[in-house]
Design a protein around this ligand. Structure first.
Ligand SMILES: CC(C)(COP(=O)(O)OP(=O)(O)OC[C@H]1O[C@@H](n2cnc3c(N)ncnc32)[C@H](O)[C@@H]1OP(=O)(O)O)[C@@H](O)C(=O)NCCC(=O)NCCS
Length: 197
């Protein structure tokens, strides 16, 4: 199998590498800005720039804006979709490049997941949702059916988005929040029901 170059040797990078390993990648290397980090999950950190290396690229950076910038920079390289074997993804789901689906998550029929998304551990995205590019659905968050989430929005850990609502891009939904109506204005939203902070 081809080499997988992972950008970001952090905790998130470690989980991504574990999923890559379970998906059959054996030649995994990291790149990171921090010159002091030498390995991640037993795989070597080769430096800060992967220009000279061959193989596929996966950007494992939690920050949505940085992830977008790096994915666009490496847009000519293959950026795989990584799905943990213990995630449940319906056949009719579409997933775009550079997206990771972590253990215990469920994505139900006809959901569309854009590029560079993180569908984190034990989260769910229900039927007919449209999750745009670079969205993070954090650990244990639940997005009910027919929800639209705009680009680079972060759905915090354990948050719930009720069915049929639409959230614009560049929002931060706080951990544990419940979104019960459309959000049209970017910003931070917390609480039950979620309100602008
Ligand atoms: C919503 C959030 C972005 C706010 O961050 P912040 O702007 O730095 O806010 P602060 O930590 O300064 O807290 C400000 C106030 O909001 C409250 N607050 C913060 N997050 C809250 C949340 N999720 N729900 C309810 N209240 C919250 C704090 O208690 C504090 O209240 P106080 O002023 O009465 O003391 C952040 O707390 C959060 O929920 N992040 C999600 C993290 C996450 O899901 N990680 C997942 C990793 S997979």
């Amino acid at each position: 199998m081809t080499r997988l170059n992972i950008i970001g040797a952090s905790g998130h990078g470690k989980v991504v590498a574990d999923i890559a390993k379970l998906s059959g990648y054996s030649d995994i290397v990291f790149f990171d800005d921090n010159k002091d980090v030498k390995e991640c999950l037993g795989f070597p950190v080769l430096g800060t720039s992967l220009e000279a290396t061959e193989g596929e690229v996966f950007v494992a950076i939690g920050n949505c804006k940085i992830r977008k910038r790096l994915m666009e920079f490496y847009k000519d390289r293959i950026q795989p979709v990584l799905i943990h074997p213990n995630a449940v993804v319906a056949d009719s789901v579409t997933l775009e490049r550079g997206t990771v689906v972590m253990a215990g998550s469920v994505i139900n029929p006809d959901a569309k997941i854009g590029k560079g998304c993180i569908i984190n551990s034990c989260s769910s995205v229900d039927h007919d949702c449209l999750i745009n590019d670079y969205v993070h659905v954090a650990v244990g968050a639940h997005v009910c059916g027919t929800v639209t989430v705009g680009e680079m929005t972060w759905i915090g850990a354990g948050a719930t988005i009720i069915n049929n609502v639409s959230i614009c891009g560049e929002c931060f939904i706080g951990a544990g929040a419940t979104v019960v109506k459309d959000i049209d204005c970017r910003g931070k939203y917390i609480g039950i029901p979620a309100k602008k902070k």
